[in-house]
Ligand binder design. Structure first.
Ligand code: MLC
Ligand code: AMP
Length: 503
């Protein structure tokens, strides 16, 4: 049997080849047969460029149908897809290229990508802009539109997704064809995907949520996606009457609730609203129920394994919880000695299942540290089970901020701040924010008042180094950071101090 994920998805979506796979903002429609042909062209191109199964393909491209062809073509050719957030800056991309050693880099045209690719000796470089044009699209047009999808085994890699960490450089999570296939089959059944479902797709497609959850589920169900370049609350109101399923991070839902025109009537055609990637506040959950007449289904997952738990489709969806372990996924809460905690006791969340990745790219030591001796992955999240089996995430043992559904590791920002002229040290923290859930702020100690940058200059210096969602919304200067007796910065004190409105 061919375990290639593309073969598994296409066996289903090609049952209805003339159905629209994608409907674009200007109403252009791309059928499943078109998708199959375009991904074949891409796979042929990859072969022509000399790429072999197992070779990496790095992509830093905007959300277009062509970006999806690139992903599907990469699967078909047996290559390993390495998607990158489009707001990553040159230093961030330099690292990914040197670490992944791709055989092809497809990027949005900018001042530096070509130069970085040459420095990293990437043999093939193509461009793709936000309109779907560029040398990648030109090259596709020259290719034949059929391709025999390459045979892959269960454990062969389909993708590497980089995730930062509390220490060191970002790590590439290696996901196999079977990891991804296992998760989509489970989610398809658990969320009761059905004939006629139409997905409103407004998430980026360079992360797990938009690509492996949203796109995979729609493809596996043969469902049309209303494929929008980015989230826009007003546009959601226009499109909801044509959709049945929407997925989003909590910011999508809070922004939708800020629209006075959002009512029960807006949701008349909807079957399911799903939220994840960050905690959905109980207030948002309740207000959405009252205003929209729908109970948002919250689920929990991670780059390293896709989805782990979910509230049920037909049982009680309990606000403030992430529901039950998905079928085939074992999710346990353990104490520091790895003993299972009783219900209502808080502990570390660990997961095991076919969906869970095999390790970090070229980091065997780090991989060993992150798994327990009996094969559970340590998520770094902290939670508890209720008596009746609902999991609640109560916090994180990792120093992580989640802003608008995107992870920001303070250590990374602090290192860049500390290297700026005249600055001694810094602490980056997350504070509650009505729009992003958490907002990044920086508290900085100057080394030398005279040469130190001011707040605006710090922010503009950081913008050149880091993706936009990592940039602190506010910078505060202090004489010293609060430290405990061990010399560790007491971020809890800073959080308390800066969470208060500064009158
Ligand atoms: C944009 N900005 C952000 C931000 N996104 N700031 C903080 N956090 C974010 N997430 C800032 C930009 O820097 C810019 O600032 C300004 O907002 C406008 O930029 P924009 O691009 O126009 O923003 P907008 O379109 O409003 O984007 C916000 C958003 C987007 C929430 C819609 O970030 C988004 O789509 N998030 C979803 C991310 C996601 O898919 N997460 C899933 C990861 S997978 P300035 O100063 O330059 O104006 C995962 C696993 C799982 O976590 O369980 O799913
Ligand atoms: P990422 O590494 O970007 O995939 O982010 C994964 C992290 O997002 C998890 O480890 C959790 O901390 C967080 N997360 C995902 N879904 C939820 C949720 N529903 N509630 C709270 N946190 C979540």
């Amino acid at each position: 049997m061919n375990h290639n994920l593309y073969a598994i998805l296409a066996a289903r979506f090609l049952e209805t080849p003339e159905t629209a796979a994608l409907i674009l903002p200007a109403a252009q429609s791309i059928s499943f047969a078109d998708l199959d042909r375009a991904s074949a062209r891409c796979a042929n191109l990859l072969v022509q460029l000399g790429l072999k199964p197992g070779d990496r393909i790095a992509a830093q491209v905007e959300k277009t149908p062509q970006a999806l062809y690139l992903y599907l073509g990469s699967l078909r050719a047996g290559c390993v897809f390495v998607p990158m957030n489009t707001t990553y800056q040159r230093n961030e991309v330099t690292y990914f290229l040197s670490n992944a050693e791709p055989g092809l880099f497809v990027h949005t045209p900018n001042d530096w990508a070509q130069e970085l690719a040459s420095a990293a000796q990437v043999p093939n470089v193509l461009t793709l802009n936000e309109n779907g044009d560029g040398s990648f699209a030109d090259a596709l047009a020259q290719q034949a539109d059929s391709f025999a999808t390459v045979e892959r085994g269960e454990n062969d890699l389909a993708a590497i997704l980089y995730t930062s960490g509390t220490t060191g450089r970002p790590k590439g999570a290696m996901l196999s064809h079977n990891n991804l296939a296992a998760n989509v089959k489970t989610l398809h059944a658990y969320w009761h995907w059905q004939q006629g479902d139409v997905l409103l797709h407004m998430l980026p497609i360079f992360h797990v949520h938009g690509l492996f959850v949203a796109v995979h589920c729609a493809l596996y169900n043969g469902s049309t996606m209303l494929f929008e370049p980015k989230f826009d609350a007003k546009r959601v109101l226009e499109l909801l009457p044509r959709a049945t399923v929407m997925m989003g991070v909590p910011t999508f839902y809070t922004r939708l609730l800020n629209e006075p025109a959002f009512t029960r009537d807006s949701c008349k055609n909807m079957r399911l609203f799903i939220s994840g990637s960050a905690p959905l506040l109980l207030d948002t959950f309740n207000e959405f129920q009252q205003r929209g007449g729908h109970t948002i289904l919250e689920r929990y997952g991670m780059t390293e394994g896709g989805m782990f738990t979910s509230n049920p489709c037909d049982g009680e969806r309990r606000g403030g919880t992430v529901g039950f372990p998905l079928p085939g996924v074992s999710v346990r809460v353990v104490d520091d000695q790895n003993e299972t905690c009783a219900a209502n006791s808080i502990g570390n969340i660990q997961v095991r299942g076919d969906n869970v990745f095999s390790g970090y790219w070229r980091l065997p030591e780090k991989t060993r540290e992150e798994f327990s001796s009996d094969g559970y992955f340590k998520t770094g999240d902290v939670g508890k089970y209720s008596d009746d089996g609902y999991l609640t995430i109560v916090g994180r043992s990792k120093d992580l901020i989640i802003s608008g559904g995107l992870n920001v590791y303070p250590k990374e920002i602090e290192s860049v701040i500390d290297s700026l002229p005249g600055l001694l040290e810094s602490a980056v923290i997350g504070i509650a924010d009505a729009d992003f859930g958490e907002a990044v702020i920086a508290v900085i100690v100057r080394r030398n008042e005279a040469d130190a940058l001011d707040a605006a200059s710090v922010i503009s210096a950081l913008k050149a180094e880091l993706a936009n969602f990592k940039i602190p919304k506010t910078v505060y200067f202090v004489e010293a950071l609060p430290r405990n007796i061990m010399g560790k910065v007491q971020k809890n004190i800073l959080r308390e101090q800066y969470s208060k409105p500064t009158a």
